[in-house]
Design a protein around this ligand. Structure first.
Ligand SMILES: [Zn+2]
Length: 427
């Protein structure tokens, strides 16, 4: 039946509150830390068994040979599909991995304590809360519409936090998370329940090495200090590059506001030989200094120009500074991606946000990257967004949490959007 009993659906999701809490807690209690990629197999099977019991066909796909894949740490993915008749395929994709715990927690990161309306834990917000909400949304919908048209898929994928090569990229390359198998994709990343995330900025990671000449530390005039050369690079960054990047603004609706411009982070600098076993420094002039940079760029920028800015600056120093020599090495790059605001999945989720929250959806773009890039570039499917519960800035923080009411509300949004996409009502 094409019509949706909105109140019936909302009531059904409200009635699943305790089940949603329990599911979120169960997921957080599987400590799927990445690195190294712990318990992926357990988490994939936990999801697969739940969905198999609800008439999903379940496939477990190990990304053999992907970075980090081993028998000890298999890059395990699960894809569950429920197809009743010809029609569009709506796919909910969540990554199952979580980042390292880090310092500063008051809560136990894997106990998944419910305190008031909040569930605490590593991955609560990014993104086991979103995964649980999407499952409850689909299950509630199926109870009311067992004869829905088309296909519904739910996946739990590996390694998003380390680039997605053992997860969505691997599945997209094999046509599993790609056109024509999929038509519409929602990734329940924590972008806040009233926002539709259209895509993300681009990334360029690179290593810059300045070169020197080793000599005795008591006679530095006989050597050439690579760290001082790097200081010259930093000086130019401060005086020229950072102001230049701050002057570049995007029309992408990036949040937060600070990310509406080009940015560059200096991730690390290492120069010289480390201390010996007694903690005393090596009496040497450093002959190498390495800096890792993390440049985030805008859809209006071309990656070749982004790289050229840094290379021109380094070449400029070479022309002015005696004995300055450098090497630069690309480490990682991602092209920006942004779904059209008129795309069916954007319409469906926006209308559902209006229906549930009684306010218009806000269109946003993420400052950092996520798996949408692989669905877009490799899977050739642009009808993809991120939409899910949780506050973006809590991701990767100590005492990360997700609010139960946010999960309930976003589950309602996902269920309504699912209905409209399956029935082609969203175009
Ligand atoms: Zn995430």
């Amino acid at each position: 039946m094409n019509t949706l009993d909105l109140d019936g659906l909302n009531n059904r999701i409200d009635a699943k509150r305790d089940e949603l809490i329990a599911l979120t807690q169960d997921l957080i209690r599987i400590p799927t830390l990445n690195p190294p990629g712990e318990f992926y197999d357990d988490c994939a099977h936990f999801l697969g068994e739940r969905l198999a019991a609800r008439q999903f066909e379940v496939e477990y796909i190990r990304a053999q040979g992907a970075p980090g894949d081993s028998d000890r740490y298999p890059r395990m993915n699960v894809v569950a599909r429920r197809e009743s008749s010809p029609g569009p395929c709506v796919h909910f994709n969540s990554h199952i991995d979580v980042v390292a715990v880090g310092q500063g927690w008051q809560q136990d990161p894997f106990a998944a304590a419910l305190v008031g309306d909040r569930i605490y834990g590593r991955g609560a917000c990014d993104m086991k809360g979103g995964l649980a909400a999407s499952i409850i949304a689909v299950e509630a919908y199926l109870e009311m519409h067992p004869d829905h048209p088309g296909a519904i898929e739910i996946s739990g994928t590996a390694d998003e936090e380390s680039g997605g090569y053992g997860g969505v990229a691997y599945l997209a390359e094999r046509g599993i998370m790609a056109k024509p198998r999929l038509d519409h994709v929602i990734i329940p990343e924590p972008l806040n329940k009233d926002r539709v995330c259209l895509g993300h900025r681009g990334v360029w990671w690179a290593e810059i090495e300045t070169k020197g000449h080793i000599a005795h530390g008591s006679m530095p005039f006989d050597g050439d200090c690579a760290v001082r050369h790097m200081a010259a690079v930093l000086d130019r960054f401060e005086r020229e590059l950072f102001p230049h990047l701050a002057s570049k603004h995007t029309n992408m609706p990036v949040v937060p506001d600070g990310a509406k411009q080009s940015t560059l982070n200096i991730n690390s600098i290492h120069g010289g030989v480390g201390e010996d076993f007694e903690g005393l420094p090596a009496p040497l002039v450093p002959d190498s200094c390495r800096m890792i940079i993390d440049r985030r760029f805008l859809i209006e920028e071309d990656l070749s120009v982004v790289k050229r800015e840094v290379i021109d600056l380094l070449d400029g120093i070479k022309g002015e500074r005696e004995k300055f020599d450098y090497a630069i090495r690309d480490l990682f790059e991602v092209i920006p991606t942004m779904t059209d605001e008129g795309a069916p999945v954007v319409n469906a989720v926006s209308h559902a946000i209006q229906a549930v929250l009684n306010k218009p959806a806000t269109m946003v773009v993420s400052p950092g990257t996520y798996d949408q890039k692989h669905i877009d570039r490799i899977g050739k499917l642009s009808d993809c967004i991120a939409y899910g519960p949780g506050i973006l800035t809590l991701a990767h923080q100590p005492d990360e949490y997700v609010e139960v009411q946010d999960m309930i509300d976003s589950a309602k949004v996902m269920a309504i959007a699912l209905h409209n996409l399956l029935h082609g009502n969203a175009a």
